[in-house]
Design a protein around this ligand. Structure first.
Ligand code: NAD
Length: 487
């Protein structure tokens, strides 16, 4: 199955922070892949805008470097790369000063789709928005794309929303959560709402519990000081895990339309119950000999007294008709056993087993893997083949997208390239609306305030483990177990 490429209108995409790490690793390689797929119109332009003095050629060299580092060798011959670089330009601008803005105003066209990607520190968002407006660069249809973190609590998120709202309407603001750009995440909506099979079972009567895991093997080394102001709750739960939870838990929207989908997600966030302190386990990775001499979290964070969590597990409940009584267990952490992200919907036992106390019986699980190997698996029980009576065994019905979409899975667009093309198309479905972000902070803030007031210390865990022991207890005490973290 070859994925279809739907043409987009001509555009000018200005990447503020075009020389930064995110642009190099994700945005520019993503655009190259869209170019390769034939989705970039002939007169589309990518305009890098950052602080450093540089001409078009200098920036093209940087883009060529990024492409050679992040795109497979077979996909970047000199001729293709040269054609791609023909779309690339650069303007030196200072978000906080006046330098470069008249140059940018001269270059950016008014009669094409205008998109401004704010790939810079959030502290600069207001300056960029104001200058784009004052210099008459952004037209009434212009779109801005903003990166995480979107605030660090409700107050700062509200302030950021208010700053952007001074110059752009909500329909022009694209708040990126790259988890929503993943093929699997969108497929979750297709599986739920385009099949009759799952929806009748998708509720507390039939779903025992849901597990959402985002596990990383890396620590915070290199950006420890930044991470230490954030922690797993702010960096991962408030945004990524919350968005995944919403897609699992939301009611069917009346249409696959940006506001209809986001209205339903918002209702889920508002229905989240307060989380009790003993339903949360926070952890920090240890260092030392067991870690092969690797630094501990506090060493990485350069603060021996740090109480910031590099791991969190929590039991979350949704107070509505559909989900009352079905816990959602969330966990995410760094330096864990494997890099693996998964949503598992664990169904209940059959009401009565006609096979007696048959060994081998396991509950049905719909597992949605976000990484690695995006795909979905539904485990079902069958009879173990062969003679010897009725013994049950579990087999997976595997829906691996790599196989379904192309020989090696390289046809699956990366989250960033898909989301950028959605911006150009003007489709906000996979972007967070301002009220969603604020509602998520409104739920997160009291939890953080609670552990700060109590002076809770995170529990230690060994690198390469599945997290602190107490996190096991969080599900064991409910008679359940975590799924194994594996690649
Ligand atoms: P970076 O420090 O690598 O790059 C910052 C960029 O901003 C550079 O191009 C720099 O020239 C430009 N810049 C800085 N000050 C400027 C000014 N006054 N005027 C104009 N340009 C200026 O940062 P990054 O890692 O690329 O991150 C960019 C944004 O993306 C941040 O908001 C970050 O939180 C977010 N983000 C980054 C990642 C990542 O993996 N790097 C992931 C998620 C979100």
């Amino acid at each position: 199955m070859v994925s279809r490429v739907i043409p987009v209108d001509p555009f000018d995409l200005v990447i503020f922070g075009g020389t930064g790490d995110l642009a190099r690793r994700k945005i520019l390689p993503g655009l190259y892949r869209r170019f390769l797929a034939g989705q970039m119109p002939d007169d589309a332009r990518i305009i890098g805008a950052a602080r450093g003095e540089m001409d078009d050629e200098g920036f093209r060299a940087l883009v060529a470097d990024a492409v050679s580092e992040f795109i497979a060798e077979g996909k970047r011959d000199g001729e293709t790369l040269a054609r791609f670089l023909g779309h690339v330009h650069y303007v030196a601008v200072d978000a906080k000063g006046e330098a470069g803005w008249t140059d940018l105003a001269r270059i950016v066209r008014k009669d094409v789709v205008q998109a401004f990607y704010f790939s810079v520190a959030p502290a600069l968002f207001g300056d960029l928005a104001e200058r784009l407006h004052r210099h008459g660069i952004a037209g009434p249809e212009a779109r801005i794309v903003v990166e995480k973190p979107f605030g660090r609590d409700l107050e700062s998120a509200k302030a950021l929303n208010a700053t952007l709202a001074e110059h752009f309407s909500e329909g022009q603001i694209y708040r990126i959560d790259h988890y929503l750009g993943k093929e699997t995440v969108q497929n979750l909506m297709a599986v739920r709402f385009a099949n009759i099979l799952f929806e009748p079972l998708w509720n507390a009567r039939h779903v025992d519990h849901v597990q959402i895991t985002v596990a990383e093997t890396v620590g915070v080394g290199g950006r420890g000081a930044y991470y230490d102001r954030s922690g797993a709750m702010r960096d991962m739960v408030q945004n990524h895990l919350m968005q995944l939870l919403c897609l699992i838990a939301m009611e069917p929207p009346y249409r696959f339309d940006p506001d209809a989908v986001r209205d339903e997600k918002l209702k889920v966030i508002r229905a989240l119950q307060e989380v009790r302190p003993d339903d949360i386990v926070r952890g920090q990775y240890r260092g030392g000999p067991k870690a092969g001499g690797a630094p501990s979290y506090v060493e990485d964070a350069e603060d021996p007294a740090s109480r910031t969590e590099s791991y969190i597990a929590m039991k979350v409940q949704i107070a509505n008709w559909r989900w009352k009584g079905t816990p959602f267990y969330l966990r995410t952490g760094k330096k864990l056993r494997a890099r693996a992200s998964e949503i598992a919907v664990v169904f209940k036992e059959v009401p009565h087993s006609i096979f007696g106390e048959e060994e081998g019986w396991r509950e049905n699980v719909l597992s949605i893997r976000l990484q690695p190997n995006e795909g979905m698996t539904l485990s079902v029980m069958i009879k173990e083949p062969g003679p010897g009576g009725m013994r049950l065994t579990e087999v997976p019905l595997d829906m691996s997208f790599a196989e379904a979409l192309g020989e090696d899975g390289t046809d699956i667009p990366d989250a960033y390239e898909r989301l950028i093309m959605d911006v150009i198309r003007g489709n906000q479905t996979l972007f967070m609306r301002g009220d969603e972000v604020e509602a998520a902070w409104a739920w997160t803030d009291p939890i953080i305030a609670g552990w700060e007031a109590r002076g809770d210390r995170p529990k230690g865990y060994d690198p390469g483990s599945s997290g602190p022991e107490d996190a096991l207890m969080l599900v064991h005490r409910d008679g359940r177990r975590w799924r194994e973290i594996r690649e």
